[in-house]
Design a protein around this ligand. Sequence first.
Ligand SMILES: Nc1nc2c(c(=O)[nH]1)N[C@H]1C(S)=C(S)[C@@H](COP(=O)(O)OP(=O)(O)OC[C@H]3O[C@@H](n4cnc5c(=O)[nH]c(N)nc54)[C@H](O)[C@@H]3O)O[C@H]1N2
Ligand SMILES: Nc1nc2c(c(=O)[nH]1)N[C@H]1C(S)=C(S)[C@@H](COP(=O)(O)OP(=O)(O)OC[C@H]3O[C@@H](n4cnc5c(=O)[nH]c(N)nc54)[C@H](O)[C@@H]3O)O[C@H]1N2
Ligand SMILES: [Mo]
Length: 765
Amino acid sequence: MKKPTYTLPIEKEENIKISKPLDTAVGMRAVTSSFANGLEQMDWLKCSKAFLTLNQTKGFDCPSCAWPDPKPSERSSIAEYCENGAKAVAEEATESRVTPDFFAQHSVAELNTWSERDLGKTGRITHPMILRKGATHYEPISWEDAFKHIGKKLNKLKSPDEAVFYTSGRTSNEAAFLYQLFVRQLGTNNLPDCSNMCHETTGMGLSNTIGIGKGTVKLEDFYIADLVIIMGQNPGTNHPRMLSALQKTKRNGGKIIAVNPLEETAFKKFKNPQEIRGWIGSGTPVSDLFLQVKINGDLALLKAIMCQLLEMEEENPGTIFDHEFIKKHTDGLEELIADLKQQDVWELSEASGIPMGEIQQAAEMISKGKRMIICWAMGITQHENGVANVQEIINLLLLRGSIGIPGAGACPVRGHSNVQGDRTMGVWEQLRPELKKRMEEKWDFEAPEEDGYNAVTAIQAMHDNKVKVFFSMGGNLLLAAPDTEYTAKGMRNCDLTVMVSTKPNRNHLVTGKEAIILPCLGRTEKDIQAMGEQFVSVENSMGIVHKSEGVLPPASEHLMSEPKIVCELAKATLGKKTKVDWQAMSGNYDLIRDNIEECITGFDDYNERVRRKGGFYLPNGPREQNFTTKAGKAHFTLNEVPDHTLKAGEYLMTTLRSHDQFNTTIYDNNDKYRGIENGRRVAMMNADDLKAAGLKQGDYVDLVSHYNGVKRVAPQFMIVKYDIPQQSIATYFPEANVLVPIDQYSKTHTPASKSVVVTLRKEVV
Ligand SMILES: Nc1nc2c(c(=O)[nH]1)N[C@H]1C(S)=C(S)[C@@H](COP(=O)(O)OP(=O)(O)OC[C@H]3O[C@@H](n4cnc5c(=O)[nH]c(N)nc54)[C@H](O)[C@@H]3O)O[C@H]1N2
Ligand SMILES: Nc1nc2c(c(=O)[nH]1)N[C@H]1C(S)=C(S)[C@@H](COP(=O)(O)OP(=O)(O)OC[C@H]3O[C@@H](n4cnc5c(=O)[nH]c(N)nc54)[C@H](O)[C@@H]3O)O[C@H]1N2
Ligand SMILES: [Mo]
């Protein structure tokens, strides 16, 4: 084992097995493996109870992705969940426990030599724990003492801006609203969240152009679309329930284009485990056209397609562009056309890696029908030009009038199951003026005006000793963030780090001088408070708010719900300074929802509507062609093509999720669709590149990034020959995060974790 520099163990994986990537996604194999996975961790009765209530009206929301239920009016049909949703449930509902005895037996230093997977497999944390200054082991602490301790530390800060409050996207609306209210009463806007590293570029790109930072389609739109374009997204692994929607698109005659440097299995064939035909049939071929773009070649591709459409429009005026829509609802067309006319399509084709013939084919398919949906995820958002990418997608939709009509629109596919809801609730380093005013009037206090830290600036501030307390509502910022070593140093610089968590993760081990773990209830678990059993609510990727109610007994009697944790922390910290009735809200979540209704637009009759089957839609102007920009129009924008001139020996690296992980939670070391087993430290590379570099599959290399003259090294990656464009490398997140520079990011500070320039260093044995 090489000596780790930031206490992440780096073990050389010797038994990695490589086989041909699979050509069919989901299917029967997936279903049997969901039960197998569940049964490994729970008994049969518990397993079936959990799976039978998942995504039901009387059940909990799947803690995995944010894709909506297939029948919004009724929630899901029984067992409408996917293999990876089942893995997420099984991880949470596991029978394994991490008790005070466990922490007494294993020192922090020892646990730091365990892999992420082994840490996660230890199970659910049962008691609040503290790592005292200079101590080698965590020890138990009472809830009361923990809150007092944290409150005291927060009150001793020179300024509330010396504290940072991170959120991961599983937190419910109720907990998120209370959390941001507490943080603002404390006096800071330091509310970074996982969204900063995820779809933040989407939020800005959409707000700039259509006036709302959210998508415009409903699930039913997929069923009648002429064309769905899937850009930079791997639905077979990360949003498997989306495949059922795509199957309906295809059955109704719609076409699909996939844009990705990798031909992911989901683009090839799909079997639906919900249907008899899905069990025995040969599967539905998914994509009609696969465009294998170079990494970050999407903007060039979109521009090339629009140049092609412009040419077609000029040949037959009025047949391609939707002039009526454009005139009524948009501005900036002339500038866009002038810009397109200046482009050299051959150069764009070269920059995107897509031959002209395929660009023409795509333009033909796009010109066939107005009902076009464009979906995208991290392959589009996590670049320096992430905002520009999203704006270019909107340009294409606007040209065709494919927005705000049935079967068409923008569909950013969200990550965490409530990441969108957390933002709606005000978890953001920017405080929306309307929310500010309403909270101030209601509770008679002055909320901070200035923007707080986002994920990147928070880490930089920690690194520069400007932050003393880091508080984390879920998540694992250390491993999710770019530049692991830099981030680790930031964590260590804090006086106190506090993690509200369900299971052990690396951020419990690379900590401030003192560290506290507050173990919380998960989605699957019953939540009983002073006024009886409570439920929470979440917002999915398409803006539907619905309830989520746990069914399983809590993993330990000492767990506390997230809303209650925030209330207790607020009481211990704010004391008499607050006019919020934290006590009452922690006992009855209806009262939290009443307050949300008063402070946030779109939540009228929240308590009544959230109890309806399937929940309710939040208002969304662009969905009805009511563009909510200042000018009341959607804007065409001009976006520059990124330049990635690589020198010999340089590669552009993208970082991906495998099939067996949920972000930093590693379920197992396999990526079955891509045919990679028993290992994660792999670099997927093009065959010609390997030949040119004198390398072959199975060789080990160190990956080195050189951004702004700073050298970052990730040792011991095994090379895998893969169908990927030349001068591209794909690795897994979080193993490769050490290479992602903290200071390489988009306009929104979203790390460019999908376009890092690296070189290879052959292993010196
Ligand atoms: N099972 C499971 N489900 C999840 C998650 C999980 O980890 N596991 N994570 C959740 C979260 S938080 C999120 S944000 C989503 C993430 O969902 P995805 O965005 O699908 O996740 P990634 O693995 O990052 O995959 C990005 C895809 O983009 C492609 N890609 C990489 N670079 C480029 C590029 O430059 N251009 C284009 N066009 N494509 C590119 C990759 O090949 C890959 O197919 O999934 C959510 N759902
Ligand atoms: N290189 C690279 N880096 C990336 C990405 C990438 O594609 N490439 N993707 C980015 C993206 S899209 C995202 S969203 C971030 C993810 O960043 P995070 O959201 O910070 O990370 P997760 O791994 O989802 O968090 C996992 C931890 O959450 C805790 N947890 C699970 N369930 C609950 C719960 O119900 N309540 C509480 N309180 N805690 C819970 C568990 O203790 C678990 O260890 O990572 C980003 N980082
Ligand atoms: Mo995400």
